[in-house]
Design a protein around this ligand. Structure first.
Ligand code: P6P
Length: 322
């Protein structure tokens, strides 16, 4: 493995890997700069009195953490300044942010700026998630421009703020992990050519929901429970990142209280589903491929079965009776 000083940087990697996606490197570097700032904010939050809640409730009906707002503001700023982003959809912001001014190529970014934020106060890993689409040729961007199926993404990325800060970037058939050097503030390649392992040691689900699952879904989760070890952080990005590197399946299925599921399609399931598929995995609602869903609303929810392809398919076949 090359010494730290000789590793390929994120900027060098994207400049080489972007293919036809002109300007994509500016979008990815905007995400990286935002993540660098948020890593510092998260690490220092308790010392700078930025833990805890703002007292507001977001469009999801969830209590807003101070760092939710800070991370949303940070990424909106860095993405808007990239000169390549035409519109942003964000979990914390009810309506799309249409970026004013001249935008060279016009990427559309859907993001969950800080996922798992309820874990911030107890120093458990959290993350940021991004789906990236390119504006349709000649399109004047408006709110409907953001309602694109996940199968039209040109890239997706997430950042996990854990024992280290790792940015994972997926483009067509290529998934690569980069670790933040907190001294230089740059990300360098540490996890090249990620593929989900064929072995599946782990399953990640909230077992407390078992009582509200329908019978086929209870049977499907029971199958996972009988075969694999339970690992559940309660932060989607952390659970998915472990399963992506070590093998595993994440399941937040529909239940009688949440017929449409809990997680969000546009900025959680679509981006992570894209990463999973480029790494040889799969992402399903339990009945259909996540990336094929035609979205109706920016903040719509979906059930999510995500990870090792064979295990996702076996789980889906029991849930859907297929
Ligand atoms: P539950 C965090 O709030 C989140 O959106 C995901 O990061 C996580 O996977 C899920 O909710 C946890 O939900 O119902 O198990 O607490």
């Amino acid at each position: 493995m090359p010494a730290a000083g000789q590793r390929t940087t994120l900027q060098e990697y994207v400049a080489r890997d972007k293919g036809q996606n002109q300007g994509l490197e500016a979008v990815i570097m905007a995400i990286a700069e935002g993540a660098r700032r948020i890593q510092q904010q998260v690490q220092q939050a308790a010392l700078t009195d930025t833990l805890g809640v703002t007292g507001e409730v977001n469009v999801q009906g969830e209590i807003v953490q101070r760092l939710d707002t800070a991370s949303s503001d940070t990424f909106v700023e860095t993405l808007s300044q990239s000169g390549q982003v035409a519109a942003i959809g964000c979990e914390e912001i009810e309506d799309p942010v249409i970026v004013e001014g001249e935008v060279a190529n016009g990427y559309i970014v859907l993001m969950d700026p800080l996922d798992g934020s309820s874990n911030i106060d107890v120093a458990v890993s959290i993350g940021s998630i991004f789906g990236i689409w390119i504006r349709r040729p000649g399109e004047i961007v408006n709110d409907d421009s953001l309602l694109r199926p996940g199968n039209e993404q040109v890239a997706a990325a997430y950042v996990v703020y854990g024992s280290s800060t790792v940015l994972v970037l997926a483009t067509a058939n290529n998934v690569c992990g980069f670790t933040l050097d907190t001294e230089s503030g740059t990300f360098a390649v540490t996890h090249p050519n990620i593929k989900i392992p064929a072995d599946c040691p782990y399953y990640s689900t909230n077992e407390g929901n078992n009582k509200v699952l329908d019978e086929p879904t209870q049977r499907a989760i029971g199958m996972l429970r009988d075969k694999y070890s339970q690992r559940y952080v309660g932060s989607l990005v952390a659970d998915f990142h472990r399963n992506l590197l070590k093998g595993g399946i994440f399941a937040y299925p529909a239940d009688t209280n949440r017929k449409d599921g809990r997680l969000r399609l546009m900025y959680e399931a679509n981006p992570l589903g894209y990463v999973a598929e480029q790494a040889g995995g799969a992402a399903s609602t339990g009945y259909a491929r996540i990336l094929d869903i035609i979205p109706k609303e920016l903040h719509q929810r979906t059930p999510l079965i995500l990870g090792n392809k064979d295990v996702v398919e076996a789980t889906v076949s029991v849930i859907s009776g297929g």
